[in-house]
Design a protein around this ligand. Structure first.
Ligand code: GLU
Length: 373
């Protein structure tokens, strides 16, 4: 049991199967129960943010069958389907509510840049303050491999962290996480509660992928990992069943519940660990490992032995030790160009010393230590 009257804000992720169950445009078959849940939550004073997939599935029927039925649908065609389906999907949600909805289309680079990330966060809060329902999806039409979040499960966890949600609800087409794939094993058991998403739990996801969307159970577990690390209670439940939502409203767990971390990560550390992608690498000398937990840790030019990649000051980098072990993700206050110069063999020590005056390259509150098992 949990007390949903204490929730201030939730993120609800709805997958393509629920939006376009027949792959022929949007249907209200499953959305009605979800919309009813949203309305009930709002009536209880809980702010709701929707992360809705379904643009590709909703747009498919607008293109001729002989191209969409081809197994090798091109990426460009999928993007076109997403662009056309996005407005159908928004219209489907709009029809179900008598309050306004707002569309937010995000890409990895928006979430990547901490200033844009903060701007999205502020926009969502502003919408919520005006009782408008934010509906987030990936901007598939413009995303390239570099710009792609890739799946809406992870996107929903990033959104939940960005808006300080109390709970993330991932609506799936299965009842939750099973100890083995339920479509292959009749004795598969539903796991009701997960306190810690370790490698054993991750291995239960197998390689399941849902038909119309991008994610499977693995991306849902990744999302649960991201959200719980931020202190967000997470559910994976069956969105095909109206009873799932009734159970939630009664404070009961309808699927698998993932318990939030007792000590949530700070916002910037969470963003570095779970949202931001490293643009390059900084190799530091081995003495740094022992100092990683020091509250006043600072990495100077003299601590850096090598650099990989091409990044600007302010970008996220992966910090490795000299043996190549990943030890942290951090914001680099120097560009790779300057670091290449200062770490080169022929640079004079006096130049490195004078560069030091401008301050450290990495500081503790812009560094997230990576867990190594
Ligand atoms: N953004 C995709 C869509 O709207 C869905 C991605 C996913 O299913 O995870 O169709």
């Amino acid at each position: 049991m949990f007390d949903l009257t204490k929730w201030q804000r939730i993120v609800l992720k709805v997958g393509s199967t629920l939006i376009a169950p027949d792959g022929k445009g949007c249907s209200s078959r499953y959305l009605l129960a979800i919309a009813h849940f949203v309305v009930r939550c709002r009536a209880m004073g809980i702010q709701v943010v929707l992360v809705s997939s379904g643009s590709v599935a909703a747009g498919k029927h607008l293109f001729s069958d002989n191209v969409t039925n081809n197994r090798d649908v091109s990426i460009t065609l999928k993007k076109a389907m997403a662009a056309a389906g996005q407005s159908e999907m928004m219209a489907a949600w709009d029809r179900l509510f008598d309050f306004p909805t707002a569309q937010l289309l995000l890409t990895q680079d928006v979430l990547q840049d901490h200033a844009s990330y903060t701007s999205v966060r502020k926009t969502v809060f502003e919408l919520l303050d005006h009782d408008i329902l934010p509906v987030i999806n990936e901007n598939d039409a413009v995303s390239t491999d570099n710009l792609k979040v890739g799946d809406n499960d992870n996107l929903s966890a990033m959104a939940a962290a960005a808006v300080d949600a109390d709970c993330l609800i991932i609506c799936s087409d299965v009842d939750g996480l099973y100890d083995k794939n339920p479509s292959q094993h009749s004795d598969a058991k539903l796991i009701h509660q997960v306190d810690n998403i370790d490698s054993n739990i991750l291995s239960m996801a197998g390689d399941s992928v849902s038909g119309l969307g991008t994610g499977g159970m693995f991306t849902k577990l990744e999302a649960a990992q991201k959200a719980t690390a931020h202190g967000i209670l997470t559910f994976i439940l069956n969105g095909l069943k109206e009873s799932s939502f009734n159970q939630l409203l009664q404070g009961q767990n309808p699927g698998t519940c993932f318990m939030p971390a007792e000590t949530p990560m700070q916002e910037k550390v969470h963003w570095l660990t779970h949202t931001s992608q490293a643009r390059g690498e900084v190799i530091v000398n081995n003495n740094i490992q022992a100092k990683l937990q020091d509250a006043d840790l600072k990495l100077d030019y003299s601590d850096i032995v090598d650099v990989n990649g091409d990044f600007a000051a302010g970008d996220t980098v992966l910090v490795r030790d000299e043996a190549g072990k990943k030890i942290a993700k951090a914001t680099s206050r120097s560009s790779s160009c300057l670091l290449y110069f200062l770490t080169s063999d022929d640079v004079d020590d006096s130049i490195v010393e004078s560069a030091q005056i401008s301050g450290p390259v990495i500081v503790k509150n812009e560094l997230a230590v990576l867990e190594t098992k």
